[in-house]
Structure formats: structure tokens, C-alpha cells
Design a protein around this ligand. Sequence first.
Ligand SMILES: CC(C)(COP(=O)(O)OP(=O)(O)OC[C@H]1O[C@@H](n2cnc3c(N)ncnc32)[C@H](O)[C@@H]1OP(=O)(O)O)[C@@H](O)C(=O)NCCC(=O)NCCS
Length: 134
Amino acid sequence: MDAKFTNNAEDIKNIMNSFWEKKVDFSQVKLVSAEPVWFYLEDETKLVGYINGFIIDYGYCKEAEITNLEIKSNMRGRGYSKQLVDKFISYCKNKSADLISLRVEKDNEIAKHLYLKSGFEEDQKGLLMNLNLK
Ligand SMILES: CC(C)(COP(=O)(O)OP(=O)(O)OC[C@H]1O[C@@H](n2cnc3c(N)ncnc32)[C@H](O)[C@@H]1OP(=O)(O)O)[C@@H](O)C(=O)NCCC(=O)NCCS
């Protein structure tokens, strides 16, 4: 049995119909498109930090993900990352996204504190797994 590729909306509806318990409005299903979302801070001409991620529109729901957040080491502790995270959140709200997810290393207490403060909740079941393709 070979795995088959599809990006056909009808196939996707069929797959979801047979696997998902949660009822979704299948008439809303459309092909996935991802919108890259980047915000950055610049001090005069020097880059201070950035946040990036994307929003995926599945048609029946919109999910966003924060991929990276980084502040130059000499500019940390001044509230810049909170500013970037809040900007990312309001952008996603304006785009009617349903949720934002992210992965954070277990021992990255600063980042966890920051995200908790911005309203994120820890997913106790969450597993962080990476597959490096390069
Ligand atoms: C995580 C990171 C983005 C935080 O950036 P930052 O601009 O320094 O964060 P902020 O100044 O906005 O502070 C956010 C919160 O963290 C706290 N914090 C910042 N630096 C801290 C430190 N060294 N120790 C303890 N708390 C710290 C701040 O006090 C603040 O909390 P508060 O508002 O309750 O006081 C930055 O440390 C970084 O670039 N780290 C390397 C990359 C990384 O780990 N990215 C996250 C990937 S998910």
C-alpha cells in the first residue's frame, strides 16, 4: 500500500469525514494557504528583534503559529518581546484566526513566562518533536 498525495478539496473532505469526530462545516473546506507573518523592531537602523510565524486558513478554521522570537542579547529585559508577541496576537485577531500555537523548550523559563503573561496556556499533553531535513 502506497501513501497517496492529495491536495484536492474533495479528497480532504472525505478524509476528514471518515476520521474526525468533531463536526465541521465541510462546505467551507478549501485548499490550505499559509500567510507568513513577520514583525520586527528597529532602533534607528539597527535590528533589535523579530517575531515570525504564519496563519493557515483551512476554510473551516484559521490557525496561527509563532515560529521564532528573538531579541538581540544587549536589548533584552526591556519589554520588546512582549511588544512583539502582543502585536502578533492582535494581527491574528484582526485576521479572525482561531488559535495561535507555538513550541517552547521546557527549560526556557523566560519565554514561557512571557507567553503565559500574554495569555497562552501550557498544553500538558504536548510533545516537542523535531525532524531535521537538512
Ligand atoms: C525570550 C526573549 C525573546 C525575551 O525577550 P525580552 O525582550 O528580553 O523579554 P521582555 O523584556 O519583553 O520580558 C518579558 C518577561 O520576561 C522577563 N524576563 C526577561 N528577561 C529575564 C531574565 N533574564 N530573567 C528572568 N526574567 C526575565 C521580564 O521580566 C518580563 O516579565 P515581566 O513583564 O513579568 O517583568 C529573549 O530572551 C530571547 O531572544 N531569547 C533567545 C531566543 C528565545 O529563547 N526565543 C523564544 C523562543 S520560543
